[in-house]
Unconditional design. Structure first.
Length: 227
């Protein structure tokens, strides 16, 4: 059985310039994703898909492979993660049984969760598994601004519902995705028809799109590792 880890890291980050190699505490942020994959001991190949020579050099320093550079069409602002993965799977001669995409900013992800995800996708005959986190407020009670610039409920039928009676809602944690390569080739997306999940707490998840997000991620990382 052969497994591949794909770390997509293009060089054109706009909101945080140089985001994928920016120092996060002691080392470039992408190093955490590479080491996370290595610590799991589940991968025959750990590769970084990038269009940027500096990212490639840093990835090699941390023992990731760069078998080819990402094409220009899959490195622009409109290219998706799925576009990147499709290119990677097409370019490899080897056929992989399982694949895992780990984002280079997944600093709060844990190797034990990578292992849990792998066991889950195999044991439950799923096509994909990824971490999710619950919204900290019931989305059924959420508000919107109407055309008159006034607030109203998205779902007014839940106006008198108790929070504890409403179903729990989740969102993608944006850290990693185990998937079946053959199913991916057919569906061309990571949220597949038969997707499972690993639930995480809000303290173990952080989007990193702004300087404030970055600082918060560093605080969460330090708290998690202090435990």
């Amino acid at each position: 059985m052969a497994n591949i880890c794909i770390i997509p890291a293009r060089g054109g980050s706009k909101r945080i310039p140089g985001k994928n190699i920016k120092p996060f505490l002691a080392k470039p942020i992408i190093a955490y994703a590479i080491q996370l994959a290595a610590e799991s001991q589940l991968f025959d190949e750990i590769m970084v898909s990038t269009d940027d020579e500096e990212i490639a050099n840093i990835a090699k320093k941390y023992k990731a492979n760069i078998p080819f550079m990402r094409s220009g069409k899959n490195a622009n602002d409109f290219a998706t993660t799925a576009d990147c993965i499709e290119e990677v799977l097409e370019k490899y001669d080897a056929k992989f049984d399982w694949a895992c995409c780990i984002y280079p900013t997944a600093v709060l992800a844990q190797s034990e969760d990578i292992k849990k995800g792998f066991n889950k996708i195999k044991q439950e005959a799923l096509e994909a598994v990824f971490p999710v986190v619950a919204f900290d407020y019931p989305i059924w009670r959420s508000l919107k601004v109407n055309e008159e610039d006034q607030v109203e409920m998205n779902w007014p039928e839940f106006a008198r519902s108790r929070s504890q009676d409403l179903p729990k809602a989740y969102h993608d944690a944006g850290q990693w995705y185990w998937f079946d390569p053959e199913s991916f080739k057919q569906q061309k997306r990571l949220f597949m028809n038969k997707s499972g999940y690993i639930e995480k707490s809000i303290n173990e998840v952080q989007d990193i799109d702004t300087a404030e997000d970055w600082a918060l991620a560093e605080l969460k990382y330090q708290l998690l590792n202090k435990k």
